[in-house]
Design a protein around this ligand. Structure first.
Ligand code: AMP
Ligand code: GLY
Length: 425
């Protein structure tokens, strides 16, 4: 059968790579893909944008695609699953109503309040002055979040009133994030260690994936601005058996039940970004898709057949499934373009990608493209995710860093401390 993966980042390279290993699959189409998916056996890039739902639907029909897996949030929020379902095509992900868990932070906060799911205290505002009043009633630092989709960059942690005023006016004027910033969620700052908890959900039941931890800040030591994610590893040792059970009981189960109660059951990858606080897990955000870069290390550890798992989930057989994991640690380091998460150059040639890699190292492409001469060049802020397996975090980190050291492009940079919280334990 043919599978279609929608998207062109590191997550989609990993999803397509894993899907192509399925015994059920002859070919994986990737729309639009990147230079990494272009080079992979069993994969074929198709020049269709990830948010062009009409063209994706036409492609799936024409190629008789048996399963579509949607990587990014934008097409999910725009209703790709609704459209495919109406056309009788299998498409793994939530419909637009369920995708509001990610596409509107105000919706997600109100949802959590309604269903007793632990999260930071908050207020939603649409005016700067009202926002400043809320901020003054809280203790600094305070967290300001643009309501809509902002590619992981719509969160600003402010330390004083001046910064709060500037950030609120930038967001609310539409200057910083356009339409996505017209409502702002103001949140209490939570302390603790973060973990990414991702499950496969079929509307009612769930199958947890291996735990992982992302590194949102740009610089070593978790300093610098927030980004989409500079690296991730799996498993996250902070998610021990007790924490795992707590997250399922206090967060995932009530979320799935709440979505049913609200008339929009959730099917797809449900991602809870949680802060493990002294009072237990609290939700920082929901994503309605697999994480990027968490997908890269998590799928590197998955031994089960991904395509079969997703097809059986859509067929209502989730409770008969279990997943097998490589017991080793997987750790991925993002190589980013100079300037990221702000403006950065595109079209910079990348060297060091040739040659066969050992089985425990994989270079997932994210923002890459092929130029007219067939040379791999940068095309995004997060360029590559160099991912390695190792017996422990030290070994996985060493192998991933050695992989990064062989690759170079002008202005490129990466963190050298991915996995540091696990190492400290
Ligand atoms: P979000 O997109 O909502 O997950 O926010 C991005 C990142 O900002 C999170 O992964 C956290 O590192 C940080 N963050 C978000 N909300 C809070 C909060 N209430 N307290 C502390 N840090 C937060
Ligand atoms: N790594 C966080 C995300 O995918 O949003």
């Amino acid at each position: 059968m043919k599978v279609l993966v929608v998207g062109g980042g590191g997550r989609e390279h990993a999803l397509a790579w894993k899907a192509s290993q399925s015994k059920l699959v002859d070919e994986v189409l990737v729309a639009p893909g990147n230079a990494g998916t272009a080079a992979e056996t069993g994969l074929r890039n198709v020049d269709v944008a990830a948010d062009d739902i009409d063209a994706l639907l036409a492609l799936a029909r024409q190629e008789q695609v048996a399963l579509t897996i949607v990587g990014p949030e934008a097409p999910l929020a725009a209703g790709i699953v609704d459209r495919f379902r109406a056309a009788g095509l299998k498409c793994f992900g939530p419909d637009a109503a369920a995708a509001r868990l990610e596409s509107s932070k105000a919706f997600a906060k109100d949802f959590m309040a309604r269903h007793g799911i632990p999260t930071a205290a908050y207020a939603v505002v649409t005016e700067v002055e009202a926002g400043l009043e809320q901020v003054q009633a809280m203790q600094f630092p305070v967290v300001l979040k643009a309501d809509g989709l902002a590619a992981g960059k719509g969160v600003v942690i402010v330390d004083d009133l001046d910064q709060a005023r500037t950030t609120l006016s930038d967001m609310l004027s539409g200057q910083a994030f356009g339409e996505a910033g017209h409502q702002v969620v103001i949140e209490e700052f939570l302390r603790g260690e973060e973990a990414s908890f991702i499950v496969i959900a079929d509307g009612e039941k769930m199958l947890p994936l291996a735990s992982s931890q992302d590194h949102k800040r740009r610089d070593d030591g978790d300093l610098g601005p927030n980004t989409g994610g500079m690296g991730a590893y799996s498993p996250a040792p902070v998610v021990n058996d007790a924490v795992h059970a707590q997250i399922i009981e206090q967060v995932i189960a009530p979320t799935l039940a709440g979505m049913i109660a609200d008339g929009c059951p959730f099917t797809g990858f449900l991602y809870a970004g949680v802060m493990l606080t002294e009072q237990g897990p609290k939700v920082l955000e929901f994503n309605v898709r697999f994480g990027d870069p968490e997908t890269q290390p998590v799928l590197m550890r998955l031994k089960s057949d991904l395509v079969q798992t997703l097809l059986q989930t859509l067929d209502g057989q989730l409770d008969t499934l279990r997943l097998d994991w490589d017991p080793r640690v997987a750790l991925g380091i993002v190589m980013a373009a100079g300037g990221y998460p702000d403006g950065y150059a595109k079209g910079t040639p990348i060297s060091g990608l040739e040659g066969k890699l050992p089985a425990d190292l994989k270079v997932f492409h994210a923002g890459t493209a092929l130029d007219d001469q067939g040379q791999v060049v940068t095309s995004g802020g997060r360029v590559l995710c160099v991912t390695a397996l190792g017996e422990d975090v030290v070994e996985a980190q060493r192998r991933a860093l050695a992989g990064c050291a062989k690759i170079a492009f002008d202005g490129g940079f990466y963190r050298r401390d991915i996995g540091h919280r696990a190492l400290m334990r």
